[in-house]
Design a protein around this ligand. Sequence first.
Ligand code: DAU
Length: 293
Amino acid sequence: MRDYKPRAIVHFAAESHVDRSILGPDDFIRTNVGGTFALLEEVRAYCADLNETGCTDFRFLHVSTDEVYGSLGPADPAFSETTAYAPNSPYSASKAASDHLVRAYHHTYQLPTLTTNCSNNYGPYQFPEKLIPLMILNARAAKTLPIYGDGKNVRDWVFVEDHCDAVRTVLARGRVGETYNIGGWNEKANLEIVETVCSLLDELCPNDPFIPHRKLISFVKDRPGHDRRYAIDARKIERELQWRPRETFESGIRKTVSWYLENEEWIKEVTSGSYRQWMEKQYATRGHDASRA
Ligand code: DAU
């Protein structure tokens, strides 16, 4: 910090996969809670070294998740910035803890912090442990498409470049000490997401070994404590900072599927070794629920 004198830290670093947090929570506490604490302490020391104006211009932007708010019923209003925290997984609890630390460092030490809570991202370069890239890769390889439970869990989906744009906007114009929810205004059930991916693959890869791809869908044992529905009320960032997502789900998901079809080298690189071990550990005992087929 002293050598480079950054004007901001944008803190994306996190263990982010809920299923991994269920099988091994330790890394989540260490990285998400301990890591955020370590960064905040560095910023506190850095700010103490700067004169008052220097620190006023500095920003610590903490990138978080909508999962800290817990799970919604079908008719509940979407999460707003004032919704009470109710995290349900070791992952979301670790993110909630880090959000609280950021809040406390602003109130106690006046660090110039900003926090963003975003919904599910999708797009290029997403590691294929997450729903959309996992389904694309499995479908192309004629492997089953494991849908947890009844496939009716709902998420709000935002294209990754829209999320990046929102983060830049908050960094540039967000009010210090505030939190901003970021979302895509795009709630969808998991089954609908997977069916859309399958239709696109039918169209773009008609020579794949298994057509139609949707026949690979398999309902498997549910994720423990699986949150039923997330929805984001992103009116604050729109009202205060004039940000709205640009991508529709239709255009974003087409770009995403095409990107995975065109980037086989990257896929090869990230799916070697430890990825295979993870897939085995995570899916071997989930079975197939014939009653839902
Ligand atoms: O809501 C924001 C969060 O979105 C981020 O904070 C997390 O870092 C990110 O991982 C994501 O969490 P989810 O648990 O919603 O994402 P995931 O892609 O793991 O799962 C999306 C939905 O799909 C969820 O309801 C579980 C379901 N699912 C997931 C996988 C990997 C399946 O049905 N089958 C699967 O194999």
